[in-house]
Design a protein around this ligand. Structure first.
Ligand code: NAG
Ligand code: NAG
Ligand code: NAG
Length: 321
């Protein structure tokens, strides 16, 4: 019953031959969410992603595929895309029927949400990894073991076990799923990377600013928290370090980081903070290294002209060091 969903990557297989893959690991992923309100009402949304780029979207009030990148329609004719939409529609009806039946048999309650994530990941060394995981109400539910070609329950309750058994009865679909994930997904990923190579190669320069958070009242020994706010960069990998008198501050309690967080415009942001003794006589600077900077780094000194010691100042660009 899950076969039609997996035919989406297969359909992409009608595309051009697979050329070399650019550096770094790449992923092709399909995400599908179903909300079951009650036995007679449910919604479905699906999305395809190449790395962190959303490429296709489907809302099954109509089951029409929306292309989220200018190149996302390449490779199939309008007629072939339409056939896919029809196939999804048919698959969806079967999936909803089956879930409603199992939920009724097992005495589960509405509303509930199912989420599927499937796809493949290609590594720099040429190896690949495949995944096909399902969640129920936000918790791991069942997964497909690609090596064995069987479904494994991630929970011990009757609902998970009975869906697992139901899926495992269909050996031919399992074998096809295994083939599609291992072979087709990887070759589609390679083709897709060619269509989307300009989007994947997009470079957005980080803008960084350094400020002190909540300066302590004069005369208190409390440490000062310097914050380096870096935003607007793409792609995601970045390196942000603090320098004390020109030397990089090593890992330890003085450092803290928000981790890399997404912005709404498919750029990323990060905050890194450093605790310093007020008036300790050292000089401090934040150093940012990113692929968009062409081998240079941004160096933003603390307390220099142009930076501010208030909380939440307006962001200011910094010149490459
Ligand atoms: C099922 O849920 C939908 C959406 O929440 C609602 O509009 C409808 O009235 C419900 N139907 C029944 C039979 O409960
Ligand atoms: C290939 O790279 C992946 C990801 O970096 C790694 O997990 C895997 O062990 C590597 N395999 C080989 C054979 O080097
Ligand atoms: C690190 O920062 C996070 C928020 O960015 C905060 O919740 C946490 O308390 C901080 N940890 C330390 C040790 O300051």
């Amino acid at each position: 019953m899950l076969l039609p969903l997996l035919l989406l990557p297969w359909a992409w297989g009608a595309l051009a031959a697979s050329p070399p893959v650019p550096p770094g690991s790449l992923t092709l992923r399909l995400l599908k969410t179903n909300v079951f309100h009650n036995a007679s009402s449910s919604n479905m949304e699906g999305m395809a992603l190449l790395g962190d780029l959303e490429t296709h979207f489907m809302d099954c009030s109509t089951c029409r595929i929306r292309f989220l990148q200018p190149w996302a329609q390449q490779g199939l004719t309008p007629r072939q895309w339409q056939d896919l939409e029809t196939m999804f529609h048919g698959y969806l009806s079967k999936f909803i029927f089956l879930m409603n039946k199992v939920v009724k048999d097992e005495g589960e309650h509405y509303p509930f949400v199912t989420q599927f994530s499937l796809g493949c990941e290609l590594h720099l060394n040429g190896t690949s990894r495949q995944f096909y995981d399902a969640a129920m109400n936000g918790e791991d539910f069942i997964s497909f073991n690609v090596d064995l070609g069987t479904w494994v329950a991630q929970r011990g309750d009757k609902l998970a076990l009975s869906i697992r058994d139901l899926l495992n009865q269909d050996k031919s679909t399992s074998a096809t799923t295994q083939f599609l994930l291992r072979t087709t997904c990887v070759s589609e990923l390679q083709s897709f990377v060619q269509y989307g190579k300009e989007s994947l190669a997009r470079q957005e320069r980080p803008v960084a600013v350094v400020f002190a958070r909540a300066p302590p009242p004069a005369g208190t020994p409390a440490p000062l928290l310097l914050v380096c706010r870096v935003t607007g960069f793409y792609p995601r990998p970045i390196r942000v370090a603090w320098l004390q008198d020109g030397e990089e501050v090593g890992p330890g309690w003085r450092l803290n980081s928000s981790g890399i967080l997404p912005n709404a415009d498919l750029t990323y942001q990060l905050r890194s903070s450093l605790a310093v003794g007020p008036g300790d006589g050292h000089s401090y600077a934040c150093r940012v290294e990113h692929s968009s900077l062409g081998g240079q780094s941004l160096l933003i000194p603390w307390g220099a002209t142009g930076t501010s010691d208030q909380e939440n100042p307006e962001p200011e660009g910094a010149a490459p060091a």
